[in-house]
Design a protein around this ligand. Structure first.
Ligand SMILES: C[S@@+](CC[C@H](N)C(=O)[O-])C[C@H]1O[C@@H](n2cnc3c(N)ncnc32)[C@H](O)[C@@H]1O
Length: 192
């Protein structure tokens, strides 16, 4: 089931909202990350920059064939060979990735869905101990030029609480500010 209000505007508009490489680095993605999963790759806005940062592969999932094709064609055009793009409904079905097989999960502009815990549980399941879930979301501010309705748009403290309820850990009490319109969290899967 497609997550509510997860449709995309024109790509030319969407890409104006982000500085993907800086955002990824601020959210803890680095060369030590080998296996990376992305829940809802959209146009590949973050997929391609992530593939350039890490030393392994990005496994990018989306339910929308148009988004899959957009991301796949970028990998071809830019000569990126470490991205696996997969058409998949991760709501209900999960990602199909093995337990504890991933170093970093990207949950970007997706936690306003019907059941954020379901996505966080799946992220937790596939992450290795000490793995990181990077959360990015629109500021809780009606003045942003896009973003889900304020009724369903999570506040930063709400994302933090959901992650902790899903067995993630952070000492951070404040979100990472990602100008101009976003905030983020780095959530760690603790060692057992
Ligand atoms: C708001 S967009 C964000 C895209 C990307 N994460 C970004 O920030 O640029 C959300 C994406 O999630 C995808 N999506 C929504 N529901 C999904 C589901 N159940 N399974 C897989 N992908 C889904 C949508 O097709 C869309 O491309």
């Amino acid at each position: 089931m497609k997550i509510r209000q997860s449709g995309m505007p024109e790509e030319s508009m969407w890409r104006e909202f982000f500085e993907p490489q800086t955002t990824l680095i601020r959210l803890g993605l680095n060369r030590q990350c080998v296996d990376v999963a992305e829940f809802g790759c959209g146009y590949g806005t973050f997929t391609i920059p992530a593939a350039r940062i890490i030393s392994g592969r990005v496994k990018a999932f989306d339910i929308d064939p148009i988004m899959i094709e957009a991301t796949r064609s970028k990998t071809t055009a830019e000569g990126i060979d470490n991205v696996d793009v997969k058409l998949c409904d991760f709501v209900g079905n999960g990602t199909g990735l093995a337990d504890e097989s991933i170093d970093y999960v990207m949950l970007f502009n997706i936690l306003h869905g019907e059941d954020p815990h379901e996505l966080l549980y799946e992220a937790h399941r596939i992450l290795r101990p000490n793995g990181i879930a990077g959360i990015l979301h629109w500021n809780h501010d009606p003045a942003t030029p896009r973003g889900p309705d304020m009724m369903i748009r999570p506040k930063p403290e709400q994302c933090r609480a959901w992650a902790i309820e899903s067995q993630f850990h952070t000492d951070a009490l404040s979100p990472i500010i990602i100008p101009p319109y976003h905030y983020g969290w780095m959530m760690k899967k603790p060692k057992r």
